[in-house]
Design a protein around this ligand. Sequence first.
Ligand code: XMP
Length: 510
Amino acid sequence: MKKVLVLDFGGQYNLLVARRVRECGVYCEIKPFRIGMDEIRAFAPDAIVFTGGPATVFEPNAPQLDPAVFTLGVPILGICYGQQLMIHQLGGACRRSEVREYGKVALTHDGTSELFHGVEPTSVYWMSHGVEVERLSPGFRAVAATDSCAYAAIEDAQRRLYGVQFHPEVLHTVHGTQIIQNFLYRICGFAPEWSMASYASEAIEECRVKIGSGRVLLALSGGVDSAVAAALLYRAVGKQLTCIFVDHGLLRKNEGDEVESAMRTALGMEIIRVDASERFLTRLAGVTEPERKRKIIGEEFIRVFEAEAKKLGTVDFLAQGTIYPDVVESGLGGESAVIKSHHNVGGLPEHVDFKEIIEPLRRLFKDEVRALGVELGLPEKLVWRQPFPGPGLAIRVIGDITREKLDILRDADAIFREEVAKAGLERSVNQYFAALTNLRSVGVMGDERTYDYAVALRAVETQDFMTADWSRLPYELLDTVSRRIVGEVKHVNRVLYDITSKPPATVELE
Ligand code: XMP
């Protein structure tokens, strides 16, 4: 299988670069630019992409590469900083641009480069730079320009070195995917061969070899990642895997049962399900502060898991459903060190005896994890669930949490989800749920005065969950949901729709 190395210079779109390469059916990994030639050679890439980055190439301490990288003989595509670095290190020069290009810019290519094969002569590209190439290195020529940037794309076709000032990985670049495909298929000569079916069998084999006759322990949270990790490990080592499903009682309606039955029926796995709802509710009683709720849930999850795991004695491996963005975003995979502010779990268990951690999904993006889940036989419905936060409904009951409030919320949320599905909007709305406000207000039902809760509905459209727009759900749908919730769920007499985007609001209400 052909492999691309994405050398990370710290730019904000770096994960996207890797994502796009894999979408083209070519396997790639991101590594920080600092790795030396030994590691690069050990990885044995068939092509390399240099990403963008925030540094200024001609300033002291700007990231540089061992020039030997250019003599490996593999095709290289430099993006933004990557292009500038290539030119800077190969005898050309860069300078600060007179006009800082940012945003959508019209670019024209001259029709002579393989990189632009099949791409219309002038179209929109995404630019974000204040430095540009001033003088090309020997062997290079310009193949595309914008009004203010003469070297918007360059190449040394003989050595298969290519550079672009724009970001082909960003969807605003209209023909970005085509350009990446041209690089991979036409210039590197790769075929789209990275698929989940082939990955699944390789990963199963890899786990089998690593685990040998050892025992593996995994905590199921009810979420997609841990379920897929379990499915993979079960295929690899069968009963050597023990799964402990810590049910914190904060899942959506029927969700715990659905996860359990998928594991048992679809995969034939045995799991230990611990109903810890009482314990979680006791610890959460009277707690109103969102971050405190998160912390308690993270800690409690680990404690329950530890208590169960202790009964099993020493295990060889502790499996985790860590996925690629977690690895990269925590600074271990690439250069970009964005630390997630909210992660599901409260760290590693301290009191479980295990020798090694195994993370079978650590090279996969979220939708690859989903595709793998389906490949391994998990039900589509389970695998394609919308994102659900680790702390569950605890951060959707505003203020203090009680069993009664959770039940009200679960019923209201189930109605909303059912109606969104009926309207065929499940995949186009990225996240949608009900939250229970702790606002109670006066209403009238029959001839009776009521004094009950207001449920808030939230639905958003987003690509990355960093920013999100509120969904313009059809009024008819909102009307049906509102009538059903008030009619069917006791103690709710008002339904509100949240029409704030993120920022300034967040997706969750807490
Ligand atoms: P916010 O509310 O930060 O949500 O705009 C962005 C995305 O993150 C999810 N989220 C969480 N996920 N633990 C999680 O695992 C959390 O504590 C948490 N808080 C928010 C949220 O559901 C949305 O998809």
